[in-house]
Design a protein around this ligand. Structure first.
Ligand SMILES: [Zn+2]
Length: 212
């Protein structure tokens, strides 16, 4: 499985780089080599593989590979993300995204798909918030809005009704659920056949029910 081997190689490089930054060279011993092939690394590689599969199937718009624009894109999507497994998340938040370190933390190697998709949107959203992409970001919002309006005629009403709520609805790491986030989460609900608001979470499924 050359693809999996290359992912593991990359994880090992990332681990080594981080450790070299924080530890003295004396710690970079054969023990470190064993850590690179530990179960944790395999689990993280599994989540990375899942997210890359999702990216190729469902996020071509957020990667600027689809839509009314053909800009030069340096976006690397999930290739830029560090994945971490934290079993302590089980029964709590289940997943999180840290925009400062571009890290998605999930509870296991086979996390809840909805939670993984939610955190993935946060990463693309934050990437498109860079000044270089501001104008293009607006076009992605318009593109998604037009696509979704065909499926949800009351979309504008829902978006305007919930403006205040979304502006104050931050996740605990401070990552905003922006208008782009809302639209992309609805797009994924449609593609996965889940009720509108499911990927967003925070009881939006119940709140959106009267519109869709
Ligand atoms: Zn969130």
């Amino acid at each position: 499985m050359p693809e999996m081997e290359s992912i593991l190689d990359q994880l090992c490089l990332n681990q080594r780089r981080a450790l070299y930054d924080h530890l003295n060279a004396e710690f970079c011993s054969p023990k470190l080599q064993r850590n690179c092939s530990s179960n944790d690394s395999v689990d993280e590689a599994k989540v990375r593989k899942t997210s890359l599969d999702f990216e190729s199937k469902f996020f071509s718009d957020m990667m600027l590979h689809q839509g009314p624009y053909q800009p030069p894109s340096q976006l690397r999507g999930m290739k830029d993300v560090t994945f971490r497994i934290d079993p302590a998340l089980l029964g709590k938040r289940l997943a999180s995204y840290d925009r400062a370190t571009k890290t998605i933390t999930v509870s296991s190697a086979e996390p809840d798909v909805i939670h993984l998709l939610h955190e993935m949107i946060h990463h693309y959203d934050c990437d498109l918030f860079q000044p270089a992409y501001h104008n293009i970001r607006d076009l992605v919002v318009i593109y998604l809005y037009e696509q979704l309006l065909r499926k949800y005629p009351r979309l504008y009403e829902m978006l305007t009704d919930h403006i205040g709520e979304e502006l104050v609805n931050f996740s605990t790491d401070g990552t905003i659920h922006s208008r782009l986030f809302v639209l992309k989460s609805l797009d994924l609900d449609f593609k996965f056949g889940t009720k509108p608001g499911t990927v967003y979470g925070y009881d939006m499924e119940e709140k959106y029910a009267k519109y869709f």
